[in-house]
Design a protein around this ligand. Sequence first.
Ligand code: 5GP
Ligand code: MG
Length: 181
Amino acid sequence: MEHTIQLHDKKFKIMIPAEEIDRAVSAVAERVREDYKEIDTPVFLGVLNGSFMFMSDLIKKLDFNCELSFVKLSSYTGDHTTGEVKTLIGLNNNLKDRHVIIVEDIVDTGESMEHMIDLLKAYEPASIRMCTLFFKPAAYRKTMPVDYCAMEIGNEFIVGYGLDYNQLGRNFKDIYVVTEE
Ligand code: 5GP
Ligand code: MG
């Protein structure tokens, strides 16, 4: 395990080792399993790119039938009257009357999650819950509940286990935090 890594112009030091992440993922998976084991084929929707490792580890700990898909929030900037318009790409499941669990890497202000939920409501699912690997309660500005969260952290910037700094750092199995120097 490398204790510090350099990504672009910044140094990061180890913050959460892989074993600790695994314990937190197991604990949150157990809560999801309890709540969904009787539900008919829930749909897990991972938000790319950051959630791919969490999704992979989470889903392996569940022993009931479920579907899985990855989606991306694409943003394109319209003219200044329309502002930023976000659309959902990659969705090929029928979500009508289905139980959907959004799988996220990190919920910070909650903007992305709120937007994702608004877009998904148009598909008329039976329910929508969110399951995030990390949650920054001090940065959160929304009122909707964060249904499942594996780990809470402060406002520090982290990378690893799927999370990036300008596209680097996703491949590391541990979580690293940016250092001051
Ligand atoms: P929100 O919309 O909740 O403010 O931000 C969520 C998104 O911001 C995440 O999906 C992630 O892409 C990015 N983000 C927020 N905090 C961090 C962090 O500490 N590290 C990384 N790598 N991305 C973050
Ligand atoms: Mg994300």
